[in-house]
Design a binder for this molecule. Structure first.
Ligand SMILES: Cc1cc2nc3c(=O)[nH]c(=O)nc-3n(C[C@H](O)[C@H](O)[C@H](O)COP(=O)(O)O)c2cc1C
Length: 377
């Protein structure tokens, strides 16, 4: 099997597991505390069942949608993720190119490992920027926003769920501390893990030789304690669209909009921050019910099948973001791997829409879903 020919997200994850040093795999795969919120994200999709309409034919359904006035060929966006260059040396470049080629967008994290100046030109109009700013927040945020503004990036995504870093115990066990570094005896175990993954190591070394760069750029990841006043201040500074990411309640959705956000991303950061936070799909219901008529609501967390995308859209999300799924694709085979993940989700959605009897994603609504229960019992 060619490395990018995995046929679903689970296979891509397995391929990534075999290719990455354990410390890198665990950094992607892990979450906070006992990882219950992470698992709840996925399990929540089983709380919803479809109500299909038969007799609708099998014409090719329409996957197109628009988010904040930007047309997307499929309602799946690559979420901002840190340190992508340790997963594959092409890192953020590969993600930006693959997302743009699929007719969607990717969001470059402040801590992706590649500066926005280097990436923006490979995906004109199809890359957004996600902002973290450690204290002094406004000083750091202003520097970044000014840099990004001249690059043709139309959407700023401000992540508000990282006032403190989550308790990622797998990382701690592996000796990873944030700001990203490896400590003490773990460097021996790291050496063993790297030797066990010669493909990953060879790619990293050949990239270093080709670019003259000394290994992946590891940015500093520190807490980013934005207040609502900071969001309002950013609104005044940023002339493009503003999305607030990390919303889990109707109250915070209202605060985000009140401070000038053009939309919100319902997200619990893949369960990597507050353990015990609700599954994203559950939180989506209350946020859409409260602000869905006045603003655009996106969601992420646990999406790894076409049916998951359809369920989130039927609840009321305009589009979803994926994190780990495209990171698995990236780790498995770079840009073709990210492209393959988007292709797999797209083709699953096409089949699922036909089976659901719905001609296009923009027509999905709650009439196509129900809470799982046993009717009549
Ligand atoms: C390895 C990794 C790194 C992440 N880094 C960031 C980041 O830098 N900024 C951010 O806003 N969210 C970050 N996230 C969260 C994602 O943007 C997204 O909310 C989440 O991955 C979606 O859940 P999923 O992985 O189940 O698809 C990260 C997630 C992962 C798995």
């Amino acid at each position: 099997m060619r490395s990018s020919r995995f046929s679903n997200v689970a296979e891509a994850r397995e391929m990534a597991r075999r290719r990455l040093p354990r410390v890198v795999f665990d950094y992607i795969d892990g979450a906070a505390d006992d990882e219950h919120t992470m698992h709840a994200n996925l399990a929540a999709f089983d709380d919803v069942v479809f109500r299909p309409s038969m007799g609708m034919g099998n014409g090719r359904p329409d996957l197109r949608t628009s988010v904040l006035g930007i047309s997307l060929d499929l309602p799946v966006i690559c979420a901002p993720c840190g340190f992508v260059s340790i997963m594959h040396p092409d890192g953020a470049m590969a993600v930006a190119r693959a997302a743009a080629a699929a007719g969607t967008v990717s969001v470059l994290s402040t801590v992706a490992g590649t500066p926005p100046e280097d990436v923006a030109h490979v995906a004109p109009g199809r890359m957004w920027f996600q902002l973290y700013a450690p204290p002094p927040i406004r000083e750091n945020a202003e520097k970044l926003v000014t840099r990004v503004e001249g690059l043709g990036i139309g959407v700023l995504v401000v992540t508000v769920d990282t006032a403190e870093l989550g308790n990622r115990e797998r990382d701690r066990r592996n000796g990873v501390t944030l700001p990203l570094a490896l400590r003490g005896a773990s460097s021996l175990s790291l050496a063993a893990q790297i030797l066990a993954r010669p493909g990953w190591t060879a790619r990293a070394i050949s990239h270093m030789l080709a670019t003259g760069k000394g290994g992946p750029a590891i940015p500093k990841m520190v807490a980013s304690p934005f207040t609502w006043e900071d969001i309002g201040w950013l609104r005044g500074l940023w002339s493009g669209k503003l999305l607030v990411k990390g919303i889990l309640t109707r109250e915070d959705a209202i605060r985000a909009i009140g401070n000038g956000a053009d939309g919100v991303v319902v997200s619990n950061h893949a369960g990597r921050q507050l353990e015990g936070a609700p599954a994203s799909l559950h939180a989506l219901v209350e946020v859409v019910d409260r602000v869905g008529r006045e603003t655009e609501v996106l969601m992420d967390g646990g999406v790894c099948r076409g049916t998951h995308v359809l369920k989130a859209l039927a609840v009321g999300a305009k589009a979803v973001m994926i994190g780990r799924p495209y990171l698995w694709g990236l780790a498995a085979s770079g840009e073709p791997g990210v492209a393959r993940i988007l292709e797999v989700l797209g083709s699953e959605m096409l089949r699922d829409l036909i089976l659901l009897g719905c001609p296009g994603v923009s027509l999905l609504d709650r009439s196509y879903i129900a809470r799982r229960e046993m009717p009549g019992l």
